[in-house]
Design a protein around this ligand. Structure first.
Ligand code: ADP
Ligand code: MG
Length: 705
């Protein structure tokens, strides 16, 4: 494996990059393809044929035997079907390798086997994948061999989007169009495009694979359904940023190399707050690419972990009692010539364009807090949001001291005259340098924080695609920009109008700004007084997708049709029900086949032991043994009863035919019984002799990597 100093040599070597295209395509074809990519125009079939041929030759030279259209169905993970390049056999019996333009730009996949929320019935199977040339093709090398992966969108025969890429691309167009209108009003005539820039920070847990394989709950659901807290958790804060253990370091090193080869800019890595928890962040990239790269990152983490005898857990809450994992989605808007629209400059109070954009963002987040909340809802995140370690379920925006002060000036006096500066940071140690402080401290508890020149949406779950979050961010921003541009384009006195507009938006939407402690109970109460939604569960978040407001928003920008929104709500309800059903079934099985028999065996052993003691010494004190038997039997009965109750609750919920009702039943009737079954089991784990306990404990999993 190449050493670290070889980043230059390996970076992007498995990507059909612009450099490779330039080298391998005729100049006119290359130029036309770049124009297609940059202007979003349609790719001509005659060009596609030439590109496909060049792509195939490059791939085959690098050892590829197969190609695949790589797409992102509503499952949240990626899907692929491999075809070899063999298209026939010639007269000499030699294989003919071919890859046509048609095969590059269009594929067919059975749409009926992916979640579609009623958009496709089983008999209406046709679905198409279409090349997204804005995300480069890449080679994946693993035990299967080398495969040419072509990022694609996935739609049904009737044109409905069945994936997470199509709406994302549409939302990127929407925000581009509307942001351009705004910056034109401020005199920018040169920028051609505005694109969302996204940097997702990926958290994950890493545990020993052998131990993982002894936990049916981890295998089936990605999280532990039972497990008592170990004597030590994360209270000493000694894992966060702590030295990286060698075994984990070797894993990270290989992950980085794999990612660099695929053109993914893996940069930051560190230990996270919980034991066995880590983080990886790339450098931000254009939204669409960032989404694809995040999928690649998740796949790579899992795959490389396996090679190191480790298991990578991407679940939002694999262990109760310690921090869960999320994915901070850093988001900003930038022009093709490098202007970051979220950059306030040194003196934000004078930067009218920035203040307008900030005001628009506050209005967008305030109006559509429900949609943002939904965009971060997944089954695993249920366990995390609002859990005093992750953002609360109430959406608010942290803007920091400096901007808060500018907003205050504007909304109270109508005029902003100054911007607070950070000042100089002095260490007080003579030989350490002083440096300029940031104008604002950080706030870890905010779900949506302005962090200097970008917004950080911190609610997204670690296992989730970041596509929904960014589709939502782009579209709600587009709407706010459109409304502002509509007003400003008509204004007779632009300066006056823009000042009035900023002040009005800030006054109307100031309630969404909160700089305090988002974990505090008082904040929940305060948020309620402000009328901010506090949507605690996924099943309560889903309806946001299908409100009139949502249909209007996404419809106007062509991001989702009503049908698509309704189908997505269906899919989400269904995913929720199925996931909880699997969790409940797993619990019933683990309790019935593993824990109850183990505890019973232990009780038997204590009883046998007690009899032997009595035999040897009739007067010996066996109170401890008696108490153990009593306590274990009592908890065992509780487990048995809760298990019976869970079986019944699950059956009842499963029977319901309406997807929304079913999901609600799982949420309100099944989940609480799961807790009821877990509680006595975890208590038993603390009592029963470890050698009888049928699976590795939290301590074994988190501290012995
Ligand atoms: P943190 O301190 O929260 O870890 P960093 O500044 O290290 O934040 O950045 C975290 C992520 O945000 C990285 O992926 C980084 O590339 C990304 N990022 C930085 N600037 C921007 C920006 N202007 N737009 C979007 N993402 C950005
Ligand atoms: Mg962060």
């Amino acid at each position: 494996m190449p050493g670290k100093n070889m980043i230059d040599e390996i970076f992007g070597c498995d990507v059909f990059s612009r450099k490779v295209m330039r080298e391998r395509l005729p100049e006119d074809v290359y130029k036309k393809l770049i124009k297609t990519i940059e202007d979003g125009t349609e790719l001509k079939p005659e060009i596609a044929g030439i590109v496909a041929e060049a792509m195939k030759n490059w791939a085959v030279e690098h050892g590829a035997t197969h190609f695949t259209h790589w797409f992102q169905p509503l499952t949240g993970v990626t899907a692929e079907k491999h075809d070899s390049f063999i298209s026939g056999v010639d007269d000499d019996g030699q294989a003919i390798l071919k890859f046509s333009g048609k095969e590059l730009i269009k594929g067919e996949a059975d749409a009926s086997s992916f979640p579609s929320g009623g958009l496709r019935a089983t008999f209406e199977a046709r679905g198409y994948t279409a090349w997204d040339c804005t995300s480069p093709a890449f080679l994946r090398e693993d035990a299967i061999g080398v495969t040419l992966c072509i990022p694609t969108a996935f739609c049904s025969y009737t044109g409905d989007a069945l994936d997470k890429k199509t709406p994302l691309l549409k939302s990127m167009q929407a925000v581009n169009d509307q942001a351009l209108r705004l910056i034109r009003l401020f005199g920018n005539t040169t920028s051609k495009r505005v694109t969302a820039q996204v940097g997702p920070e990926q958290e994950y847990f890493l545990i020993d694979k052998e131990k993982y394989l002894k936990r049916k709950d981890l295998i089936y659901t990605g999280r532990t359904l039972f497990g008592a807290n170990p004597a030590k958790g994360q209270e000493l804060d000694d894992h966060y940023y702590g030295p990286i253990r060698e075994r984990v370091g070797a894993f990270m090193d290989e992950v980085n190399h794999e990612l660099w080869k695929l053109g993914v800019t893996a940069t930051t890595q560190h230990n996270e707050a919980a034991p066995a928890q880590h983080e990886l962040a790339p450098i931000y990239a254009e939204c669409n690419l960032a989404v694809d790269h995040n999928q690649i990152i998740m796949e790579t983490l899992k795959k490389v972990a396996n090679r190191h005898g480790l298991a990578c857990l991407l679940h939002e809450k694999p262990f109760a009692g310690v921090n869960g994992s999320g994915k901070h989605n850093n988001w900003s808007l930038s022009t093709d010539d490098g202007i970051n629209l979220m950059s306030p400059g040194e003196t934000p109070h004078e930067n009218i364009q920035f203040l307008l954009i900030l005001a628009c963002m506050l209005s967008a987040v305030d109006k559509h807090a429900d949609l943002l909340r939904m965009s971060a809802a997944n089954v695993g995140n249920e366990q995390r949001l609002g859990g005093y370690e992750a953002p609360p379920a109430v959406i608010s925006v942290f803007v920091g001291e400096q901007l808060e002060d500018v907003i205050e000036q504007l909304t109270s006096t109508g005029e902003a005259t100054h911007s607070k500066q950070g000042g100089v940071f002095t260490t007080g140690v003579r030989n350490l340098p002083d440096f300029d402080k940031d104008a604002t401290d950080r706030n870890r508890t905010s779900p949506f924080a302005f962090t200097g020149n970008k917004f950080e949406f911190r609610m997204v779950g670690s296992s989730d695609s970041i596509s929904s979050a960014n589709t939502t961010l782009n579209t709600i921003a587009a709407e706010a920009f459109r409304d502002a541009a509509d007003e400003l384009e008509k204004a007779e006195d632009f300066n006056l109008c823009v000042h009035d507009l900023i002040k009005r938006l800030l006054r109307e939407h100031r309630r969404i700004v909160f700089n305090g402690n988002g974990y505090a109970k008082e904040w929940e109460e305060e948020a309620e007084r402000r009328g901010l939604p506090n949507i605690k569960s996924m099943v309560d978040a889903i309806p946001a997708l299908v409100t009139e407001k949502s249909k209007k928003l996404f419809g106007e920008f062509g991001v989702f049709t009503e049908r698509e929104l309704e189908s997505r709500a269906e899919v989400e309800y269904d995913i929720y029900s199925k996931a909880i059903n699997i969790e409940a079934k797993s619990m019933v099985n683990i309790a019935g086949k593993q824990i109850i028999p183990a505890v019973s065996e232990y009780i038997g052993a204590v009883a046998g032991n007690m009899n032997e003691i009595r035999k040897a010494c009739p007067l010996a004190d066996v109170t401890v043994q008696t108490k153990l038997i009593e306590r274990c039997s009592e908890l065992l009965t509780q487990m048995y009863e809760a298990r019976e109750e869970l079986i019944a609750a699950r059956k009842e919920a499963k029977k319901l035919t309406d997807s929304k009702e079913r999901a609600n039943a799982y949420h309100s009737k099944v989940v609480p019984v799961m807790e009821k079954l877990r509680t006595p089991a975890d208590k038993l784990e603390m009592i029963v002799d470890k050698k009888y306990w049928p699976m590795p404990s939290y301590g074994d999993l988190m501290f012995e990597v």
